[in-house]
Design a protein around this ligand. Structure first.
Ligand code: HEC
Length: 252
């Protein structure tokens, strides 16, 4: 009797897990990233192009609230370029001496300006889905860089069996396979100034490099320190070994 119950429970779990699998997201394939590995650094040209993609495409819906304009100097933009970039935005400041809030052009010390004043406004404009802040996105998702790349390149025709809800788009890498974000990148969506061809894969790769930087601007310093610590430990080990041999040479 007990055996029968076990067999029933086991087969029920098996059936349940196969059913759930149908809507499960595919695992994102691994890409090659300049910032992975012990000596990883951010490819500045790619990150600058990625900033252009964020600015011209993603920033229509997604905020990037952890980044200030002056942080862009890390990516190789000059102080004047950053000033000019910031001045293209308006921010609310105040209150002034009359107690009023007022608008002024953004300064390098300001955070990136969000596209919507609040979450309700963002949902109202996006079929009630909320476009999340992208500052920490590559850290917030498992295998983040590969995942975001896969998501941006993972749109396509749904298989015949898939039923999409109103206003949703098929994406094989998104949990449940349907996402409220329409395919954001199409070929030649941005015009790169350095002559790079703006394919969907190229723009996705660039914007992910930019977002990996925004999520962990200190990555390079961290890796440099790690390498130094390892070298130090290596030298220390060699020294200690030499000392040990010297001290014990005549002891029998
Ligand atoms: C027209 C508005 C719009 C644009 C433009 C847009 N997105 Fe989205 N994005 C959304 C919405 C809405 C969601 C929430 C989707 C959901 O929960 O179904 C979303 C979700 C996401 C997510 C989160 C997926 C997850 O796992 O939760 C990522 C990452 C993302 N977008 C990246 C981007 C990038 C990168 C760009 C620019 C290349 C971009 N988006 C452009 C509206 C947009």
């Amino acid at each position: 009797m007990r055996k029968l119950v076990f067999a029933l429970v086991a087969s029920a779990t098996l059936v349940a897990s196969t059913a759930a699998f149908a809507a499960e997201a595919a695992a994102p394939p691994s890409q090659s990233w300049s910032f992975s590995g012990v000596f990883g650094t951010f490819d500045r040209a790619a990150a600058q192009r990625g900033y252009q993609v964020y600015k011209e495409v993603c920033s229509a819906c997604h905020s990037l609230s952890q980044i200030r304009f002056r942080n862009l100097q890390d990516l190789g933009f000059s102080e004047d370029e950053v000033k000019a970039l910031a001045a293209g935005y308006e921010v609310t400041d105040g209150p002034n001496d009359e107690g009023q809030m007022f608008q002024r052009p953004a300064k390098p010390a300001d955070r990136f300006v969000a596209p919507f004043p609040n979450e309700k406004a963002a949902r109202a404009a996006n079929n009630s889905a909320y476009p999340p802040d992208l500052s920490l996105m590559t850290k917030a998702r498992k295998d983040g860089a590969n995942y975001v790349y896969a998501l941006l390149t993972g749109y396509g025709e749904p298989p015949a069996a898939a039923k999409l809800m109103e206003g949703m788009n098929y994406n094989k890498f998104f949990p449940g396979n349907q996402i409220a974000m329409g395919q954001p990148l199409n070929p030649e969506q941005v015009a790169y100034t350095d002559g790079t061809k703006a394919t969907v894969e190229q723009m996705s790769h660039d914007v992910v490099t930019f977002l990996a930087w925004s999520a962990e601007p200190e990555l390079e310093a961290r890796k440099r320190l790690g390498v130094k610590v390892l070298l130090f430990l290596l030298v220390l080990t060699a020294l200690l070994y030499a000392v040990k041999r010297k001290v014990w040479r005549n002891a029998h």
